[in-house]
Design a protein around this ligand. Structure first.
Ligand SMILES: N=CN[C@@H](CCC(=O)O)C(=O)O
Ligand SMILES: [Mn+2]
Ligand SMILES: [Mn+2]
Length: 320
């Protein structure tokens, strides 16, 4: 199920006395209906929501992530417009997971991501639980050339490499992706930043080792981009052609991001994450991004939604 964006979902303060200089994102964003083929979007940004609780529900989590896209959109609406004249924002609406039909919703997300990328948009997907990542991947894998290698960078307290033998969930997307890539004869290059040891069982560390996953613990990132972190990040990015960047908001300390499905007391601070995002986007290889796991039901004064929106702002600024 898909619901195109409409202007009523982009609302905010207005300063008409200031004319063009007073504009905010809700006044400059265009609406695009993704239920039909879209026109060329080269150089522009498209936001696409994935409104879904099913992955977190299947993963024994506290549901509420379906409200994520609307909450992030609301938080982005009031941002001051500092974009260059030739860069435009497009609200692409939401893919909605209905009646627990997660796999169908992921396929639909994939089709829309593929279309946006094919039309030249820089795509920013707003989750949803981390099951968003598998749907996202279903689309972006079609935009890889036959010889191009994909690198996946996940800012997350968790590996999300659980077995999907029983069912897929918000805890399984990167193992699903690893297996799909292997079936297509492609390598799985996966770097996790911000892993919490106490948040991942020995089984998950074992799977990470078996799949040759590269990771940096949150404990080793609190100091920001040290020479060692920079070297590891750059080495990872150098060995791939394109990057898919996924941001799970539970990578932050719960003090900054209380509104997530699985909060972490010892997570990262916003300045460290922004530094990492700039370094990653600075590679020039990022093809698509998602921000996931916002759970507005547990948010405090929209703090986590505003943090998610601010990450989007920083990425748009670094990426255009
Ligand atoms: N999206 C993934 N979530 C975590 C949840 C961990 C928890 O509930 O504590 C995971 O599966 O590992
Ligand atoms: Mn995750
Ligand atoms: Mn997580």
């Amino acid at each position: 199920m898909y619901k195109p964006s409409d202007k009523t979902t982009w609302q905010g303060r207005m300063d008409p006395q200031d004319g063009e200089l007073g504009l905010r994102w809700h006044q400059v964003v265009h609406m695009v209906d993704l239920s039909r083929e879209v026109t060329d979007g080269e150089g522009n940004f498209a936001f696409l929501g994935f409104s879904c609780d099913e992955g977190v529900r299947r993963n024994q989590g506290r549901v509420g992530a379906a409200g994520g896209p609307a909450a992030i959109r609301q938080a982005m609406s009031g941002f001051a417009d500092h974009l260059p004249e030739d860069v435009h924002l497009y609200g692409g609406g939401d893919v909605i997971c209905a009646n627990q039909r997660l796999e169908e919703a992921q396929e639909q997300l994939g089709r829309k991501v593929e279309m946006l990328l094919r039309k030249g948009y820089k795509t920013i997907v707003l989750g949803g639980g981390h099951e968003t990542a598998y749907g996202h991947f279903l689309g972006l894998r079609h935009r890889l050339g036959p010889e191009e290698t994909l690198g996946i960078i996940n800012l997350d307290a968790h590996f999300d490499l659980r077995s999907y033998a029983q069912h897929s969930s918000s805890g399984t997307p990167f193992l699903q992706i690893a297996d799909d890539l292997a079936a297509a004869g492609r390598d799985f290059h996966y770097l996790c930043l911000g892993i919490q040891e106490q948040g991942n069982t020995r089984k998950l560390f074992q799977t990470a080792q078996e799949r040759q996953v590269d990771y940096i613990l949150a404990d080793d990132l609190h100091g920001g981009i040290t020479p060692d972190v920079q070297q590891r990040l750059q080495a990872f990015m150098a060995k791939v052609d394109k990057l898919y960047l996924s941001i799970d908001l539970d990578v932050f300390a719960a003090a900054y991001a209380p509104g997530v499905s699985a909060p972490n007391a010892l997570g990262l601070t916003p300045p460290v994450v922004v530094q990492l995002l700039k370094e990653i986007i600075g590679s020039g290889k990022v093809m698509s991004v998602d921000v996931v796991e916002l759970n507005p039901k547990f948010d405090l004064d929209h703090q986590t939604a505003k943090l998610a929106a601010s990450l989007v702002y920083q990425m748009v600024k670094a990426w255009h």
